[in-house]
Design a protein around this ligand. Structure first.
Ligand code: ADE
Length: 241
């Protein structure tokens, strides 16, 4: 079965967008994953094809109607019954590589992209949506977050990324460390030399240097990831009961 992404959006023309190019685009054309953008407006029932209304309790902006969204979800879920229904919202749990790995290992995703001020809370609950945020930033809608999530998942699908090993070593790989820095020719550029160990040909020393650099970068830049790494390392060294 092909990994299938069904997107519910008011802007279906945003898809595949950048995912039609590069690695993901080639994989899409090769049938390694499927993409279908469904226009939420197509599920409105009134003459004006209304998808939103003013918020109860007052306030600025508009809220997407639960009845219209539920009909849209029903259509998307009918196509991908086993796929999790993900609502992209800054209120959601932060997307990370562990969630990306989980989603990529499953049958696919149904992604709901919100607009306006949000989505009626009742349809989120009734449909058991998983709320996911692309980061502590506020976008004008869920579409760029959906593209980001899909890019991260698709590159993990079988046959999409040429060198499988690079998925293991890179930032947020299985060890939870940021990646070490990279260098290529020329060996000296604008008076800056490449770290000599990388030119030494000593594979073990190169590996040790990269490990040290990865740890130092993680400690300095992402103390949150560093703490988690230390906790995991401690747990894995605990004697078995
Ligand atoms: N919609 C608006 N901002 C968002 C974010 N940070 N993540 C996911 N969806 C969003």
């Amino acid at each position: 079965m092909t990994w299938q992404a069904n997107i519910l959006t008011l802007f279906p023309e945003m898809f595949p967008g950048p995912l039609g190019l590069s690695l993901a685009g080639r994989a899409l054309r090769e049938g390694r994953w499927g993409l279908r953008a469904m226009d939420i407006r197509g599920f409105a029932t009134d003459r004006h094809r209304t998808v939103d209304d003013t918020p109860f309790g007052g306030g600025a902006g508009m809220v997407m109607r639960p009845d219209v969204l539920d009909a849209a979800c029903a259509a998307a879920v009918a196509e991908s019954p086993a796929a999790p229904l993900v609502y992209l919202t800054p209120r959601g749990r932060l997307l990370d590589q562990a969630l990306v790995r989980d989603l990529a290992a499953g049958p696919g995703v149904v992604l709901l992209c919100g607009r306006y001020e949000g989505v009626d809370q009742r349809v989120i609950e009734a449909r058991g949506m998983v709320e996911v945020s692309a980061g502590d930033v506020v976008l004008s809608g869920g579409e760029p977050a959906a593209l980001l999530l899909l890019d991260a998942c698709v590159r993990l699908l079988p046959g999409v990324m040429g060198a499988a090993a690079s998925a293991e070593e890179e930032s947020h790989g299985t060890e939870g460390l940021l990646e070490y820095p990279h260098y290529t020719r020329p060996a000296e550029w604008q008076g800056r030399a490449v770290p000599p160990v990388l030119l030494s040909g000593h594979h073990a020393e190169v590996a040790r240097w990269r490990r040290t650099e990865a740890e130092a970068a993680t400690r300095a830049r992402r103390p949150d990831l560093w703490d988690r790494h230390l906790r995991r390392r401690a747990e894995s060294h605990e004697p078995a009961e």
